[in-house]
Design a binder for this molecule. Structure first.
Ligand code: LLP
Length: 419
């Protein structure tokens, strides 16, 4: 999917040098074949599960469309994600509306779209009941429960610890289901949890699944038919080259527990998964051009993308592999620190990397930027967001146009009295 021909990095059969000449930089470039490989890996590993793509990882319409066409559903976390996921073609009956702070308007929208809800608080439960009653509807729900499990990942992306803002606290989870059962316009049909992201060990998922089954046994006694157990997303990808579990590794540990413990229930629940990063993360590079090389305290390589376009290194100290895309056959000879154009010292994309000699005009590829890359971008420092390109064999498609300066002032107004 990513290969080198005559020293030049190619995404499938397309030279990134040619793409940069044609479209300018920076550019997010996605390989459709890689995405489909990831999709197939999940399908093979979990043939009977319902896979809900976590669209927060990458909500480009073309990318979501490919995933929807493969029969996956989607996990949406806001009205906006719900809107985009439906436009991309995910059917309503395969959408789960997550979120710990949904507005009444978002809840109304979800109910109008007939999606299932993952309910994060009792306040939300009562709001759903109220709006559903008004509309004469019955809404299917699962509670997002907080299983209090340490996923051993970066603290900012650990979500299933009892100290986290997410989910119904474990000790009142059964109570919450009791309350839901009494309400006429909500129907509990599943249990949901999500313990974190970029999780490299499978044990915490198995632990979470076991906890969901413990709870399911009790919930069934309330007369609830459990149609699904949703263990969320979170499977890691291999950013560093040290390896990461594959969907098959994941399935090998999850499915035996799922199939065994299912026997304790009268219901016949489906396993739900919500992968984001492990579907899209390694499908995409961020291509950025070198504006200047400077020998200072360090060898700084100043490129045209910064934390405005890729915030993960600054926010989570995340490591992304980098390469000089037009010098892939050259030996690494110096240590460089790749910095962006933003006026903050923290605007570092990659620190102390051994690379071939870097010069102005070179192209730097930043790998594994398909998840939480463009979606977390901003226009900070008056920088229009870049274009996104989808490559399919030797063809490429602009799937998001580069923003213009005009886009920087989109929706702004100067009040009359200032004119
Ligand atoms: N389901 C729920 C309810 C979630 O909150 C998330 C991610 C996922 C599924 C998908 O998790 P994944 O498979 O992608 O790990 N911006 C951070 C990651 C934040 C993850 C938020 N929730 C990063 O760049 O590392």
């Amino acid at each position: 999917m990513f290969k080198v021909i005559d020293g030049v990095l190619h995404v499938e059969d397309v030279s990134v040098v040619e793409l940069a000449e044609e479209l300018g930089t920076p550019l997010y470039i996605t390989s459709k074949a890689k995405l489909e490989e990831n999709i197939e890996a999940y399908k093979r590993a979990f043939p009977d599960a319902e896979i809900l793509y976590a669209v927060k990882a990458n909500n480009n319409l073309a990318i979501m469309r490919i995933i929807a066409k493969h029969g996956f559903g989607a996990d949406v976390f806001s009205g906006g994600e719900l809107y985009m996921a439906r436009l991309a073609g995910f059917p309503s009956n395969k959408l789960l509306f997550n979120g710990n702070s949904k507005s009444d308007e978002e809840i109304e929208m979800g109910i109008d779209c007939n999606v299932k809800f993952s309910v994060d608080s009792l306040d939300e439960l009562y709001t759903i009941q109220k709006i559903a009653e008004k509309k004469g509807k019955i809404v299917e729900i699962a509670f997002r429960v907080n299983p209090d499990i340490d996923p051993k990942t970066h603290p900012k992306i650990a979500t299933g610890l009892k100290t986290s803002k997410f989910g119904i606290p474990w000790d009142i989870a059964l109570e919450a289901y009791k309350k839901a059962v009494e309400l006429p316009n909500v129907k509990p049909v599943g249990i949901h949890c999500h313990i974190g992201s970029q999780i490299k060990e499978i044990d915490p998922f198995v632990e979470a699944l076991n906890r969901l089954f413990d709870l399911a046994v009790e919930i069934e006694k309330l007369g609830v038919e459990i149609r699904f157990l949703d263990i969320g997303g979170g499977l890691a990808i291999d950013y560093t080259g040290e390896g990461a579990p594959t969907p098959q590794d994941f399935a090998n540990e999850i499915l035996p527990v799922f199939n065994e413990r299912k026997k304790e229930l009268n219901s016949d629940p489906k396993l739900y998964l919500e992968p984001g990063r492990s579907l899209v993360g390694n499908t995409t590079i961020l291509l950025t051009k070198v504006n200047a090389v400077k020998k200072a305290y360090k060898n700084f390589v100043a490129v045209d993308a910064g934390f405005n376009l890729l915030i993960r290194p600054v926010l989570y100290n995340a490591y992304h592999r980098v390469a000089v895309a037009n010098k892939m056959d050259k030996e690494a000879e110096e240590t460089y620190t790749i910095v962006g154009p933003i006026c903050e010292s923290g605007d570092i994309l990659a620190e102390d990397r051994k690379l071939p000699k870097v010069e102005k005009g070179d192209l730097i590829a930043i790998f594994d930027t398909g998840a939480y890359g463009f979606v977390m971008s901003s226009q900070y420092n008056g920088r229009p967001r870049c274009a996104e390109v989808l490559v399919d064999g030797s063809r490429w498609y602009v799937v998001r146009e580069r923003e213009s300066y005009g886009d920087l002032i989109y929706k702004q107004r100067i009040p009359d009295f200032l004119l």
